[in-house]
Design a protein around this ligand. Structure first.
Ligand SMILES: CC(=O)N[C@@H]([C@@H](O)[C@H](O)[C@H](O)CO)[C@@H](O)CC(=O)C(=O)O
Length: 286
């Protein structure tokens, strides 16, 4: 029987950036306007926080808690789903963040594979995931597959095998890989209450064709409204329009998100201006 936890995550889910001050400190004041911007200007109703785009692995556990709490508080009664990424190198840190996510009312947690000491087998990875999920058994749990960043290339389909017996709160997969065959096999294997979320924005159309229920990505922060049109075109069978929209890549939001944290480097101003100019031409906006 399906345990009654959580609402199914579907549609576009913005992988949020972490707002920083010019001095590199967390800028919580930008989060309220950020939530409103996603909802009102991009039509994006769900978020994935402290993930890759949010530079979660470059933040301290305390910073991650502060951010998760602020996102949950500002999203309350506005957004549909707030999924908090709680993956860390240390199992203990992940468990602490999972516990905290449960306390602040997150709609779900996601966990990436540890990547310094990498799990040698699917079994070892699943033991790690299980130990994190067990701390908050009533919170929907998602496995986050992103092999280009973790160097962990275990097939997601193998990870999913029998996972609901080990993690009863398991609710889906965030698949940020290019192997659409593996992704498609995950879709075929999954029961209907799981969410199969695709995470390589450039290939979303391919993933929709393979049966994705939704998508998590960085570009949905500023391209959400265009990508919502892509999904509608796909759902109506208008593949010509869907292909055209898939070509679009970036837009300027007007939010003050600050620089990234080292070791990431800021985008040079001249490059940012030229990207914004090109995109505005493509989108036909001022
Ligand atoms: C490596 C990376 O950052 N991938 C992004 C994509 O959205 C990516 O930025 C996009 O496809 C553009 O390349 C997401 O998969 C990451 C993500 O969802 C997250 O922030 O956790």
């Amino acid at each position: 029987m399906t345990p009654a936890v959580g609402k199914k995550a579907t549609g576009l889910i913005a992988a949020t950036f972490t707002p920083l001050t010019p001095e590199g400190e967390i800028n919580l004041a930008e989060i309220g306007p950020y939530v409103d911007y996603l909802l009102e200007q991009q039509g994006v109703k769900s978020i994935f926080v402290n993930g890759t785009t949010g530079e979660g692995m470059s933040l301290t556990v305390e910073e991650r808690k502060m951010l998760a709490a602020e996102w949950c508080s500002k999203a309350k009664n506005k957004l549909e789903n707030v999924i908090v990424h709680v993956g860390c190198m240390s199992l203990k840190d992940s468990q602490e963040l999972a516990q905290h996510a449960g306390e602040i009312g997150a709609d779900g947690i996601a966990v990436i594979s540890p990547s310094f000491f990498k799990p040698a087998t699917v079994g070892a990875l699943k033991m790690f995931l299980q130990e994190v999920a067990a701390v908050v058994p009533a919170v929907p749990f998602y496995y986050y597959h992103i092999p280009a960043m973790t160097g962990v290339h275990l097939r997601s389909r193998d990870v999913l095998e029998g996972i609901d017996a080990e993690i009863p709160s398991f609710r889906g997969l965030k698949f940020s890989g290019s192997d659409l065959m593996d992704f498609g096999q995950c879709v075929s294997y999954s029961p209907s209450h799981w969410s199969l979320l695709y995470g390589m924005d450039e290939q979303l159309l391919g993933a929709l064709a393979m049966g994705a229920n939704g998508a998590v990505g960085s570009t949905y922060n500023y391209l959400g409204s265009s990508v919502n049109r892509l999904i509608s075109a796909f759902n109506k069978g208008d593949l010509t329009m869907a292909r055209t929209l898939q070509q679009l890549m970036s837009e300027v939001s007007g939010l003050v998100l600050g620089p990234p944290r080292l070791p990431l480097l800021p985008c040079p101003q001249s490059k940012a201006v030229s990207i914004a100019r090109k995109l505005k031409q493509v989108l036909g906006v001022q």
